[in-house]
Design a protein around this ligand. Structure first.
Ligand code: ADP
Length: 898
């Protein structure tokens, strides 16, 4: 028999309310899970699972108690607890799964299944725990519906949990609605399951495990239901209150946190703005609005340097505040950055260089703003510009140096210490036929470029090695195979004290060498020519003097002849004058040529100058008389008038000047000789009242052979040039001042001397000649020239008591000298067989002749010839042409000295 039973509607409603209520509490706890911390979460999972399980189980238990059967119901305690455990596990499972932030599909499926199964399990086990009086039968369709509902409701519960977890709006309402549906669903499963259970009347079997509710409880089943329901509701309410209080607490914490966060954020933002403002660079932001790129931020010190302020920039497009061209140019970078590219560029504005980097900020694949940061690079750019400038200068100087060394006429080669080429110039490559571009040679070892066409290659190699090892400057010459001569110079190359390499220079000097050789040859030729000239002049002098000896000698003899008519005497006088002029000319030419050759020697001595002047005035006296020129010798302070001079040359100088002063004077003119004294010098002035010299010629008259054309005055143009040369040899000076028509004044300045020495007498000019003391004298004259012999014979013929023997050769002379008892020998120097010096030597070496005085008689009038002869032992030296009075005087002197 089937027991249909009946329901206590109040308990049914209570069970449903509990189901809904517990569902709400469960959902509430579930939403708490999302905001709780990890430790609390465990608690809330446990609490949620308990509440949910308790709700469903209580709903089920009350529903069972509300189902009144005809026989009293007992419950199997174990199964009753098992049913609770089942739903507890299911609920816990839902919480564990839904509490996770991401839930894979498999977990969802597991969640749905576990929930469905646990609902079924709870109900089935719960029903089985009831021990009614009879057998339990199951209505198949309703059982299937129960199963289906369990799974569907389980899935629904699970999905609603998920939904509520993720929803953000109207949460409480949604929870309420969801709770309602869950509660109804759970109740529906229960009551459908109850309908599916059919109890068949049977023997009531008790077993020891059975718990008899009626007997064990003092309450009725209804009362039990209410107690359980109430207890459950109290628990659920407590949990809800707990949830709310926790939520309120959490909310308070959240608000506190949010406030703190907001404060921190504000502070951070303010700090950021301050930092941005204080930064040396610039930070800006811009966004695109329409076609405009509008700045939303512009801060930093660089902004001011660029001549901008945040007010000018913020809210504006570049084109609003920058020059149009500049803005358009920069805009291209802005556009690129807005397209998502990081753009870097360098620019200059208002004299400030800056570097800007634009970085787009991308959100969800879209650029939402661009942040730009710029730094001041003015200093760096200036440094770069200076660097560029100095690099440019360096390049220029390098190019200049290269041009310079390439344009030098010498070849240059610079090597480092390893003999690698540091520098080389084009002339070097050209000189040594190196046909490789210079830049390819630099850095290479010199060995492969060393010229191997030296004439003496091995010798040169060794020499170069030695030079490099010695590290001492060397200049030498090398010869190439081709015969070309190279001047080679080596200099060690130091930087500070550190040896850094070798510097070689090479210069082709073949042409110079040839010129030098040619010059040398020319010099030698000139020297030869000069020698020839000297010899020629010497010979000429000798050759001219010899005939002049005849001319002047015989003319002098004629002058002595009293029988001559006046006219004849005048003729003889002219011959004499012409002869003397000629003799003078020969002497001067000879002196001048000697000076030019540098062979005229001067022997200076301290000389009293007025003595020499007096001698000269005496000598020139007759010429002055002829022109009625008066010579005035001013001798003021003359006792101080000492000079360093060669006496013979000084006389020559003064004679020359006096001669000119008379020659170029007017008739009845005057010549004044006076002296001026300076500290170191004494000047002799010879002033005339003659024709004068034009200023432009006053310098030129001292040049050799320069004459002012005076048709009526004889001259050669040699005198003054000789004066100038002689004065300069004596370290003096000569000059003239003159006025045309009024006269001239020549002056000669010579170094002053302290002591005195009178002018020496030359052999030709003697004073105090002794008269002949004996009546007979035998003189031998050795002379090859018949004319000279004839002249001397004639001269001595005028002297009483003198017998003249003659010899034409040296040997003949020696023979006569050995045989005769001679008083004097006159000997020519140039004899055909023996030199005059040899004749003297032989005479002196022969005891028979050694005592005889020997006077040299020669046309050689050079001072050194005279000197040499006197040194050799000649008693005297008489130059030709013979000055008869002086000649006689000399002879008399030496014979009387006997
Ligand atoms: P020379 O008298 O044989 O011609 P000099 O060398 O002695 O040669 O003089 C050169 C020139 O200087 C002379 O030709 C003459 O014109 C000029 N001269 C020299 N001395 C005088 C002087 N005292 N008065 C004027 N002219 C002079």
């Amino acid at each position: 028999m089937v027991h249909a039973g009946s329901y206590d509607m109040k308990l049914v409603i209570l069970s449903v309310i509990i189901a809904i209520f517990s569902s709400f509490a469960s959902l509430k706890i579930m939403t708490r899970l999302a905001v709780t911390k990890e430790i609390e979460r465990q608690f809330w999972i446990l609490a949620g699972a308990t509440i949910m399980a308790l709700g469903i189980w209580t709903m089920h238990f009350i529903g069972m108690l509300g189902h009144h059967l005809h026989s009293p119901m007992t419950f199997n305690t174990s199964l009753t607890f098992l049913s609770f455990l089942f739903i507890f596990i299911g609920s816990a499972c839902i919480y564990v799964i839904t509490a996770r932030s991401t839930i894979p599909y498999l977990s969802k499926l597991i969640g749905i299944t576990v929930m469905g199964v646990s609902i079924i399990g709870t109900h089935v086990i719960g029903i089985l725990s009831v021990q009614p009086m009879g057998v339990v039968h199951y209505h198949l369709l309703l059982t299937l519906i129960t199963l289906f509902l369990s799974l569907t409701i389980g899935a629904g519960i699970f999905l609603l949990f998920l939904y509520i977890k993720n929803t953000t709006t109207h949460i409480t309402l949604k929870k309420l609605i969801s709770s309602f549906f869950i509660g109804i669903g759970v109740s529906a499963v229960h009551y459908t399951a109850m309908e599916a259970v059919q109890l068949t009347e049977g023997p009531l079997s008790f077993n020891v495990e059975r718990m008899t509710m009626i007997s064990s409880l003092v309450f009725s089943t209804d009362r039990l239901a209410y107690v359980v329901g109430l207890a459950t509701i109290v628990i659920i309410l407590s949990i809800i209150v707990l949830t709310y209080s926790d939520k309120i607490k959490a909310e308070q914490q959240r608000l506190l946190l949010e406030r703190e966060l907001a404060e921190q954020t504000n502070k951070a933002q303010q700090d950021l703005i301050n930092t941005i403002q204080r930064q040396q660079g610039v930070t800006l932001k811009y966004v695109k609005i329409g076609e405009r790129y509008v700045h939303t931020l512009a801060e930093g010190e660089l902004l001011a340097k660029l001549g901008l302020t945040p007010d000018i920039v913020v809210g504006k497009d570049l084109r609003d505040f920058l020059p149009q061209d500049y803005a358009e140019h920069k805009l291209q970078s802005y556009i690129k950055a807005w397209e998502g590219e990081v753009v870097n560029y360098e620019e200059q504005l208002n004299g400030t260089d800056y570097y800007m980097s634009l970085s787009p900020v991308i959100e969800n694949g879209k650029v939402i703003e661009v942040i730009g940061s710029g730094i001041d690079i003015t200093e760096r750019m200036r440094a770069e510009r200076i660097l560029l400038e100095s690099e440019k200068k360096l390049r220029e100087s390098h190019a200049l140096r290269r041009t310079l060394i390439d344009s030098l006429p010498i070849a240059i080669l610079v090597l480092d210490t390893n003999l690698n080429i540091i520098s080389v110039n084009k002339p070097h490559c050209h000189l040594f036929n190196i046909d490789v571009p210079i830049k390819e040679i630099i850095g290479k070892n010199v060995v492969q470029y060393r010229p191997n066409y030296y004439k003496n290659i091995n010798e040169e190699e060794a020499k170069v090695k030695g030079i490099i090892e010695n590290k001492q400057p060397v200049i030498d010459e090398i010869e190439l195979h081709s015969g070309r001569i190279i001047k080679r110079s080596y200099f060690p190359f130091f930087v500070g004290k550190e040896f850094r390499g070798h510097l070689w220079t090479f210069e082709e000097i073949t042409e110079r060498k040839q010129i030098e050789q040619a010059n040398q040859q020319a010099r030698e030729a000139a020297e030869k020519a000069n020698l020839a000239k000297s010899r020629f002049l010497s010979n000429m002098s000798h050759e001219l003097r010899t005939p002049l000896n005849g001319i002047l000698g015989f003319a002098q003899l004629l002058e002595l002849d009293d029988t001559l008519t006046n006219q004849q005497r005048m003729f003889v006088h002219e011959i004499n004058k012409g002869g003397r002029h000629l003799l003078n000319l020969i002497n001067e030419i000879f002196d001048l040529s000697k000076i030019e050759e540098g062979k005229l020697t001067i022997s200076t001595d301290s000389i009293r100058v007025d003595t020499v002047v007096n001698e000269c005035i005496n000598l020139i006296g007759s010429a002055a008389d002829q022109k009625s020129v008066q010579i005035i010798h001013e001798t003021e302070n003359v006792e101080e008038g000492y000079v360093y001079a060669d006496p013979i040359r000084l006389r020559q100088i003064i004679l020359n000047l006096l001669n000119n002063a008379i020659k170029y004077n007017r008739l009845n003119g005057e010549v004044t000789v006076c002296y001026t004294y300076q500290e170191e010098h004494l000047s002799i002035h010879i002033r005339d009242t003659g024709i004068g010299i034009r200023p432009e010629e006053q310098e030129m008259i001292f040049a050799p052979f320069y004459r002012i054309n005076h048709a009526y005055i004889e001259g050669t143009g040699i005198g003054l040039s000789l004066v100038k040369q002689l004065v300069s040899l004596m370290e003096g000076e000569v000059g003239v001042k003159s006025q045309v028509g009024l006269g001239s004044e020549f002056w000669v300045s010579l170094p002053r001397a302290a002591c005195c020495k009178d002018a020496i007498n030359t052999p030709n000019e003697r004073k105090n000649a002794n008269l002949l003391k004996q009546n007979t004298y035998i003189i031998l004259y050795i002379e090859d020239n018949p004319s000279n012999m004839h002249l001397v014979r004639e001269i001595l013929g005028t002297v009483t008591g003198v017998t003249l023997l003659s010899a034409m050769t040296g040997k003949e002379g020696l023979k006569i000298a050995a045989q005769q008892s001679l008083d004097l020998i006159l000997c020519d120097i140039h004899l055909p067989d023996l030199h005059g010096f040899e004749v003297l030597e032989r005479l002196q070496s022969n005891p028979l002749t050694e005592h005889i005085p020997v006077i040299a008689l020669s046309a050689n009038a050079l001072k050194e010839d005279i000197h040499r002869a006197l040194e050799a032992g000649f008693t005297d030296y008489i130059t030709k042409p013979i000055d008869i009075p002086a000649f006689i005087e000399a002879i008399s002197e030496h014979m009387s000295n006997e």
